[in-house]
Ligand binder design. Structure first.
Ligand code: ZN
Length: 338
């Protein structure tokens, strides 16, 4: 029995020394110390040993088991360490490899211009108001002094939802809505989408406008000029000149169309400005007293100005785009240029 135990110990020691992997270690553990292991078998046959020898042999068996276990543990630690080392090496990080490119979008050029212009007016103390795009004829036309069957309605190719409901043709529709709910002084801009039944290189059926208006006591045309000059200089640079031409809008009196010196040729004349050196950029005027009557303001007490600006028009001039239809197409080749 003692010889058997000694030779099992030596055999196990040899095998552990020759083991090449963790798997070998596990196999050896099973072979000697498993449920049907060689050394385990000796524990089982302890019953056939004479009674007086059992404590001594039992102790020798325990020592043999501890001996094999400690050899196994040592070898196992060595294998685990080298395995960890190997896996760390194989997953080594090369910090010089270029990172993964995650494509990110950016704001649409129209949104950028809209944000830029809105920020200019907010810095002047204007508040931003919104109104519905599906609008009552009343706010889009009638309250702005476009009576029914007035020829000026034909200037705006309107989408009608019904006799009394339209897709708003301008953001001026927000004016009377705001005036009905608020008393002067008012400094308001109303940016948003507008709709007209029209399509060519400079017209699309849905585009963006920014309406602005200011109502208080003693507001003069010179205030309008000052605000628009500041706007144009901030957007197109201080060298840009403005030109006011008399015009007609039902909701302003007097009315003007405002041109700026051509940003492409600096006024020398090019195909963008049609050789004139000037580009029409917005419409404006002093708010017609009839609009105040609709809003319930005293036209003797208050004056004010209003203007409307096409955002796509500004974006086209700012970025040198010659076809307005590119904006809603969402062609990435176009949008990625901004
Ligand atoms: Zn020009």
């Amino acid at each position: 029995m003692l010889n058997d135990i000694e030779s099992i110990k030596n055999l196990a020691q040899d095998e552990i020394a020759r083991a090449g992997s963790l798997k070998d270690i596990n196999d050896i553990k099973a072979k000697y110390l498993g449920r049907k292991g060689l050394l385990t078998g000796k524990f089982h046959s302890l019953g056939s040993v004479p009674r007086e020898d059992r404590p001594r042999i039992g102790r020798i068996l325990n020592e043999a088991r501890n001996f094999i276990e400690s050899l196994l543990r040592k070898q196992e630690d060595i294998f685990r360490a080298s395995e960890l080392d190997r896996s760390l090496r194989s997953r080594q990080i090369d910090v010089t490899v270029p990172g993964c490119f995650i494509p990110a979008g950016h704001l649409h050029p129209v949104t950028r211009v809209l944000d830029e212009i809105s920020a200019i007016f907010v810095s002047l103390g204007f508040t931003i108001e919104e109104g519905p795009e599906v609008e009552l004829d009343y706010y889009n036309f009638e309250a702005l002094n476009f009576p029914r069957d007035h020829p000026a309605r034909d200037m705006q190719d309107t989408f009608f939802i019904s006799d009394d409901v339209v897709l708003r043709t301008h953001t001026s529709s927000v004016q009377v809505r705001v005036m009905e709910k608020n008393s002067p002084p008012l400094r308001v801009i109303a940016p948003g989408k507008v709709y007209r039944c029209d399509a060519d290189v400079s017209h699309i059926p849905m585009f963006h406008q920014l309406e602005g208006f200011m109502v208080d006591r003693h507001i003069r045309f010179s205030d309008l000029k000052g605000v628009l000059e500041l706007l144009i200089h901030r957007v197109f640079g201080r060298d840009t000149s403005l030109r006011f031409r008399p015009s007609f809008f039902p909701f302003t009196e007097p009315s003007a169309e405002i041109d700026i010196s051509c940003v492409m040729c600096n006024g020398a004349g090019c195909h963008v400005c049609g050789g004139t050196g000037w580009i029409e950029i917005l419409g404006a005027g002093m708010i017609n007293p009839r609009v105040y009557e609709k809003a319930g303001y005293d036209p003797e007490r208050y004056t004010g100005f209003a203007f409307g600006l096409g955002i796509e028009r500004v974006a086209m001039l700012k970025y040198g785009i010659d076809d307005i239809r590119l904006f809603p197409e969402n062609d990435k080749r176009f949008l990625e240029q901004f």
